[in-house]
Design a protein around this ligand. Structure first.
Ligand code: FE
Length: 186
């Protein structure tokens, strides 16, 4: 990517968070932007790589690119925000960013099948979306998922995702992550 392309992608990301990012995050009491910032801060606090911090920040960008999918979940339709987001990210970032994003819903279905503590901690909204997303994985689906090259980072991302719903937390602006995003852009 040229310097101009990187700058315009960074501006587009910031515009998305400043716009649709203000909307509520999937039936939770935090906004999309608060959720993204908390996910990225949790990743950073766990010592994650720059790429995984970017993945955490941008894991729900599919929601920001795709309008109205909140009403789809309520209607029982899965808009596959993880695929929409990963496709967009693959144009701007390496696979180490886009692949964990593509797998973050699969990681939830995997954790629900394998980690009782994780599934019992799911928020009501996350339990509701799990049904729309196809529910906990079967044993065959779990095997297929763990064979994916980016299964492990997707699981890490998923745990930050689930924890990033704290109401009223003091957070930096999206610009705080601009340098990390810039470093990771391919
Ligand atoms: Fe999320």
């Amino acid at each position: 990517m040229t310097v101009t392309q990187v700058r315009s992608s960074l501006n587009e990301i910031e515009r998305l968070f400043d716009g649709r990012g203000r909307q509520a995050y999937g039936g939770e009491l935090v906004s999309q932007t608060e959720h993204a910032l908390q996910s990225a801060l949790l990743a950073g606090a766990d010592g994650a790589s720059d790429e995984l911090i970017c993945a955490a920040l941008l894991h729900d960008i599919g929601h920001l690119l795709h309008s109205g999918d909140e009403s789809l979940v309520i209607a029982g339709i899965d808009a596959h925000h993880e695929a929409i987001g990963a496709r967009w990210l693959a144009r701007h970032f390496p696979l180490t960013v886009s692949a964990p994003v593509r797998l973050h819903v699969a990681a939830k279905r995997h954790l629900c099948a394998t980690d009782p503590a994780y599934s019992s901690d799911l928020s009501p909204a996350s339990q509701q979306s799990l049904v729309v997303q196809g529910g906990a994985f079967s044993e065959a689906e779990q095997r297929a998922f763990t064979a994916e090259p980016f299964a492990a980072p997707a699981i890490q991302l998923r745990r930050w995702d689930e924890a990033a719903k704290v109401v009223g937390m003091k957070l930096p602006a999206i610009k705080h992550f601009r340098a990390i995003l810039e470093r990771c852009m391919s």
